[in-house]
Write a protein that binds this ligand. Structure first.
Ligand code: ADP
Length: 496
């Protein structure tokens, strides 16, 4: 199949979150299966032109009665030309200074969400069709990701499905329904859509325009990044106001779990940790624990359980139930349980302040505020438990890393967490982690307490669970096969 991924970010070129990893990893996995996969994204200011190849002649993009003269750059996805017989995965960049020649992907420090984002991502989405014409390559599937490329399925459905694009199907993947691209209605003309389609295409949102909503209405098939999240987003509690639309389209919604990049996250060959290990050499995990305790200024003692957490400090991750002043559960947990608690995170200022405050009071707590990739690997390898009490979690990566690293996840039963962790059975020792249902400080406290009880009283169960977790397979190959099936479904819809 010929598949074009349209995205606002792709690793290693530009990344603000898990979306960048997921898009590139999926594209690479599909490429390995033999598909002709290509990626298109904006050339942001931070992506250096001299590392790319300029395709000759400008790319003219017509929107309304205006013509925007852009350039196209191209490169090959790193790691996709390793074999001599293999053609690399092409990545195209739409270069247009007024839209992308500035610092920031969606916003900057001074303007958290750029006011002209409708214009910026309209250049990307309208540009996609011109790009295909220019390179004379027409995909079977246009696969858009999140709100920033959600205009592609809309344009395809309403205007572009003629001539060369008549057989093209669209897939829209929701990586996080919390971000929808909602802007003033005045921006509507810049999308390239006519007012006659305003309601039909699903843009209307309380007198604003909503890019994701239009994509949800228009794409041939919708996917999201875990089976449970695919169900949850059909409910009012998790639907961010989109649940009625998603319910109406429920036969077109598929949940496919993200995979893990095992070249980067694998305890057997992770070069960011102190000692590599596998299920067979699990004793070596202890060396990582000792190094982690030392690095975080905690007592080096293999008998004390270490609970780790690596996160954006934002409401989605349950941080107020953990660290909220006076009501968060961490203070009591650290006082009541004989454990060590390690936090790596950055984000909301109140939370960073509160973490420093807790850290100064609790000798068994270690805190690092900031973003530190290397430390995140050591935390996964050196901790005994990993805490992730998310409010909602479309897929989540750290619980999968934890399982692979023999670190038992303690998670809320939601989204991808519910799909990847199996509840501990205290009779048999089966399961791979500990799950809580309600997101309250009390229930986090109780579940961590339960895990601590198992650590001190059922060491044979802890070992059994670690082994069960490490044997799990979260490869992208499996997920790529499921996307293949979804693409076939999307193609059949267009043929119908
Ligand atoms: P989300 O995309 O919602 O932030 P995920 O669990 O899907 O959550 O992915 C988050 C990724 O970012 C993980 O790989 C995690 O290790 C990493 N990460 C988050 N915060 C930090 C940090 N402060 N330092 C290092 N890595 C971090």
């Amino acid at each position: 199949m010929k598949i074009l991924m349209i995205t606002s970010e792709a690793f290693p070129f530009v990344k603000t979150g898990g979306l960048a990893d997921a898009v590139s990893a999926l594209a690479i996995a599909l490429h390995k299966c033999g598909h002709d996969v290509r990626i298109v994204l904006p050339r942001y200011y931070t992506i250096r032109r001299d590392s790319l190849e300029l395709l000759n002649a400008p790319l003219k993009i017509n929107i309304g009665n205006k013509v925007y003269s852009t350039s196209i750059y191209k490169t090959t996805m790193p790691g996709t030309t390793n074999r001599t017989d293999k053609i690399g995965l092409p990545v195209y960049f739409i270069d247009y200074e007024p839209a992308f020649g500035r610092d920031g992907v969606y916003g900057s420090k001074t303007e958290s969400d750029f006011r002209d984002n409708p214009f910026r991502f309209s250049i990307l989405c309208n540009g996609v069709f011109e790009l295909c014409k220019k390179i004379n390559w027409y995909p079977d599937i246009m696969h858009a990701h999140d709100w920033a490329s959600a205009l592609v399925p809309v344009l395809l459905k309403f205007y572009k499905r003629k001539e060369q694009f008549s057989q093209v199907s669209s897939v829209l993947t929701i990586h996080n329904l919390g971000y929808q691209g909602v802007y003033s209605k005045e921006n509507y003309p810049i999308t390239g859509m006519k007012w006659t389609e305003f309601y039909k295409a699903g843009f209307e949102d309380w007198d604003n325009i909503n890019f994701l909503k239009a994509g949800l209405v228009s794409a041939d098939v919708l996917t999201t990044v875990s089976p449970t999240y695919a169900q949850e987003i059909q409910t009012a509690a998790y639907g961010f106001r989109m649940d009625p639309i998603i319910r109406n389209r429920k036969s077109d919604v598929y949940g496919i779990l993200n995979g893990v990049n095992i070249d980067v996250w694998n305890p057997m060959n992770d070069n960011k940790i102190t000692a590599n290990y596998s299920v067979k050499t699990m004793d070596k995990k202890a060396e990582n624990k000792a190094e982690l305790q030392k690095r975080m200024g905690l007592k080096i003692d293999s008998t004390i359980p270490v609970v780790g957490i690596i996160t954006r400090l934002t409401d989605q991750k349950g941080v107020s139930e953990l660290f909220g002043p006076t009501y968060g559960c961490v203070y009591n947990m650290c006082v009541d349980f004989k454990m060590q608690f390690i936090v790596l995170g950055s984000g909301e200022k109140w939370c960073e302040d509160e973490l420093r405050n807790l850290n100064s009071k609790l000798p068994n707590m270690g805190v690092y505020i900031g973003y530190d990739d290397e430390l995140s690997h050591l935390i996964e390898a050196g901790s005994d438990f990993y805490l992730m009490p998310s409010k909602y979690e479309p897929c989540g990566l750290n619980q999968m890393y934890s399982l692979m690293y023999g670190t038992l996840p303690i998670v809320r039963r939601t989204g991808g967490l519910a799909d990847t962790v199996e509840q501990y059975n205290e009779k048999t020792g089966e399961g791979t982690g500990f799950m809580l249902n309600d997101l309250t400080p009390r229930s986090i406290y109780d579940t961590v307490g339960w895990a601590m009880y198992a650590w001190y009283n059922k060491p044979e169960h802890i070992k059994k669970m670690k082994i069960a977790g490490m044997k799990k397979n979260f490869s992208w190959e499996m997920s790529a096969k499921k996307y293949e099936d979804v693409y076939k479904i999307a193609q059949n819809k267009v043929k119908e």
